[in-house]
Design a protein around this ligand. Structure first.
Ligand code: ADP
Ligand code: ADP
Length: 230
């Protein structure tokens, strides 16, 4: 079974606080899943555990038939995009995007991927700049480009648009939906998990939406089903 499976996943932080209580969830390969819920419901914790950035206290997370804990960071086919972009400030945009590929493939292949992604994201003219010389929207495009060039099987988004203004948020949302469709059309479907506290974002982006509250799943459904509930 491919995709992502979570079996009775719990998170207990070192201070004793239990953030997640027995999460059961199966995400299909190529699915766009949104985790939505109020601040503190443990959306981020769950995403970080799927990314392998946070340990699993109990239970199991399986990605593409492999248990997360047993995969070395360098072998993970998971790319994460953060709210604060997390770009390397001393590197150019080109270098930021190329960095994770260096040593893994020939230089001309890296160059091809970086330029193609930059063109699609309309940031080709920014390749020689450093993050400090970019706007928030441009930084977020670079962060997305840095994930895209890796051609990951799984994209993880942690509130990636919440620092952008409303207009830019709408256009970036469309860009992400298009990316998802395009990869599917190319026969390289990527599973995407998108964390947000914004209900509208959840409704417009997700194939399915997983509603979290205080570390428990309240509901998992297609947007149309959730929307039509009283
Ligand atoms: P969300 O992303 O939904 O806002 P988080 O996953 O960031 O929620 O946090 C979920 C809960 O876990 C919160 O109550 C938060 O205070 C707590 N928490 C997060 N990180 C830690 C930590 N390192 N130690 C203890 N508690 C934490
Ligand atoms: P380092 O200091 O690690 O050598 P560089 O800044 O020289 O890093 O860049 C690493 C690689 O990326 C080099 O092969 C360089 O030619 C290439 N590179 C950097 N910027 C560009 C660019 N704008 N166009 C094409 N190749 C680039």
């Amino acid at each position: 079974m491919s995709g992502i499976q979570l079996h009775d996943v719990k998170k207990i932080y070192p201070n004793g606080f239990q953030a997640l209580h027995g999460i059961e969830l199966s995400i299909q390969e190529g699915e766009f899943m949104v985790f939505v819920g109020p601040s503190g419901c443990a959306k981020s914790t769950l995403l970080r555990m799927i990314a392998g950035l946070e340990s699993v206290s109990e239970g199991e997370i399986v990605i593409q038939n492999r248990c997360v804990n047993q995969v070395l960071p360098k072998d993970r086919e998971v790319a994460m995009v953060f709210q604060n972009y997390a770009l390397y400030p001393h590197m150019t945009v080109y270098k930021n995007m190329a960095f994770s590929l260096q040593g893994k493939m020939p230089r001309d292949e890296i160059d091809r991927r970086v330029r193609e992604a930059a063109e699609n994201l309309e940031i080709s003219h920014l390749l020689e700049r450093k993050p400090g010389q970019l706007s928030g929207g441009q930084c977020q495009r670079v962060a997305l480009g840095r994930a895209i060039v890796r051609r990951p099987r799984v994209f993880l988004f942690d509130e990636p648009l919440s620092n952008l203004d409303a207009k830019l948020r709408v256009s970036m949302r469309l860009q992400l939906i298009n990316l998802h469709q395009q990869l599917k059309a190319e026969g390289l479907p990527s599973t995407m998990i998108y964390v947000t506290h914004d209900q509208v974002e959840a409704m417009t982006m997700g194939d399915r939406i997983c509603v979290l509250d205080r570390g428990v799943i309240q509901q998992v459904d297609k947007p149309v089903t959730l929307y039509h509930q009283p």
